[in-house]
Design a protein around this ligand. Structure first.
Ligand code: C6P
Length: 420
């Protein structure tokens, strides 16, 4: 297994040990001296020193509100804040910074679309098409919208191998479908959905397409123009940035046509006694003081990932994930959920007869952090026939040695609980 297949921009293999040194948190032992193995990256990634320092730097050198202060500090803060917008636009190959709205994260971005676009565009009898592998964040806002507007929410089924049922998708398409809301990469199955093809088919019947990119943008090169997404949502904290910052990308014509999501300071052009006019894009959708420090540090995270190269990260993780699936399946009684040919590094599994919470607590005692639960995907859990799963999820700083630690810990868990 060649886990060094990921190549950086210079063509050199990914220097994983070097990259790990950028992450102070990884260099520690926990409990009675166990080296920390962090395999819960789909929940949130760790942060490199440069990102942590950017936060301190903002608060120690140029803390000020943005877009309003005419003093030195305010100008510094505004410039750095807006630099992140330009970096994010370039990272996604978006046409301009006007397409980039800062939010608190994926969940808020999707809710923004559900309220500001959905309430004006979804009518009684319309269909919203989502899939059976959506995170609750890309499902519950559509349930609320469908109920409010008298629309129908349909879910494209998931096949046994963890891919979408393409035939069912095709036969669900009709002019009644006004929105396709689809995850780019499943946080449970790891499946990478063929979003470009799905979007093209949805566009043919006149639907708009929202891509939940919470798990894809951190791990692979994503080009919004190539995918032809109308809306795309993702979070900073899963891509080496701080929590509390995220992005809604949207096509400019759509943002122009939409009313604001929230009213308040910053999002207005003129406020009369009884009505107001709105600020230019994207500020129309950024009411109130934004999360300045975290957005600035998010820009540093984007630089950090760009410096490594998203293709290199994706390739490295593809090999590491294949290694992880192989090693996990050697554990007696263990079943991995999802074997899509195109997949990312979220690997969910069960060991027959062992509760995922007991399992994750046991491996935690061995120094290995994984996640257990329904992973905010209860409809998918029902489809898989389980109440919960265990999940290991990798990032570019994880190694084969850490996967071995996980599998050793799982084997010990089996012995401890009297299995195998
Ligand atoms: N999934 C996980 O452990 P927020 O919380 O807004 O940053 O992201 C929500 C979200 C939306 N879509 C997908 C596909 C996601 O994976 C997540 C977050 C975490 O799987 C926390 S439940």
């Amino acid at each position: 297994m060649n886990v060094n297949a990921g190549k950086t921009r210079t063509g050199a293999p990914l220097d994983v040990e070097g990259l790990r040194r950028d992450f102070p948190i990884l260099d520690q032992t926990i409990y009675d001296g166990k080296p920390l193995v962090y395999l819960d990256n789909a929940a949130t990634s760790q942060k490199p020193k440069a990102v942590i320092e950017a936060l301190t730097d903002y608060y120690t050198r140029y803390n000020a509100n943005v877009h309003r202060a005419l003093h030195y500090l305010g100008e510094q803060a505004t410039a750095r804040f807006e630099e992140t917008r330009a970096k994010v636009a370039a990272f996604l190959n978006a046409p301009s910074e006007r397409n980039i709205v800062f939010t608190r994260g994926t969940t808020e971005s999707i809710n923004l679309v559900a309220y500001a676009w959905g309430r004006a565009n979804i009518e009684n009898g319309d269909v919203i098409l989502a899939t059976g592998m959506e995170h609750h964040s890309n499902l519950v806002p559509w349930q609320i919208l469908a109920r409010a507007q008298g629309a129908e929410l349909q879910l494209v089924p998931v096949l046994e191998d963890g891919t979408l049922d393409r035939d069912a998708f095709n036969s669900s398409l009709s002019p009644k479908v006004k929105l396709l809301a689809v995850t780019h990469m499943s946080n449970v199955l790891g499946t990478i959905n063929p979003v470009k093809g799905l979007a093209a088919a949805a566009h043919e019947v006149g639907a708009k397409v929202l891509v939940d990119a919470a798990q894809s943008v951190p791990h692979m090169a994503v080009d919004v123009r190539d995918l032809d997404a109308d809306f795309m949502a993702f979070s900073s904290h899963k891509m080496c940035g701080p929590t509390g910052a995220g992005v809604l990308y949207a096509k400019e014509t759509l943002l122009e046509s939409m009313d604001p999501f929230m009213g308040g300071g910053e999002m207005i052009s003129r406020v009369n006694d009884d009505y107001s006019t709105w600020a230019d894009l994207p500020y129309k959708f950024e009411a109130g003081t934004p999360n300045i420090a975290d957005v600035i540090a998010f820009g540093v995270a984007v630089d950090y990932l760009s410096g490594i190269g998203m293709e290199a990260i994706h390739e490295y993780e593809r090999d590491l994930t294949a290694y992880a699936v192989g090693r996990l399946e050697e554990v007696p009684g263990l079943r991995v959920f999802g074997h899509a040919p195109e997949r990312g590094g979220a690997v969910s599994f069960e060991i027959e007869g062992l509760h995922p919470h007991d399992l994750s607590q046991y491996v935690d005692q061995q120094g290995v952090a994984i996640r257990a639960g329904h992973l905010c995907a209860q409809p998918l859990m029902r489809r898989l026939g389980v109440p919960a799963v265990s999940r290991a999820s990798v990032y570019f700083y994880n190694t084969e040695r850490e996967i071995d630690c996980l599998t050793d810990a799982l084997r010990r868990a089996c012995q401890f609980f009297g299995h195998g």
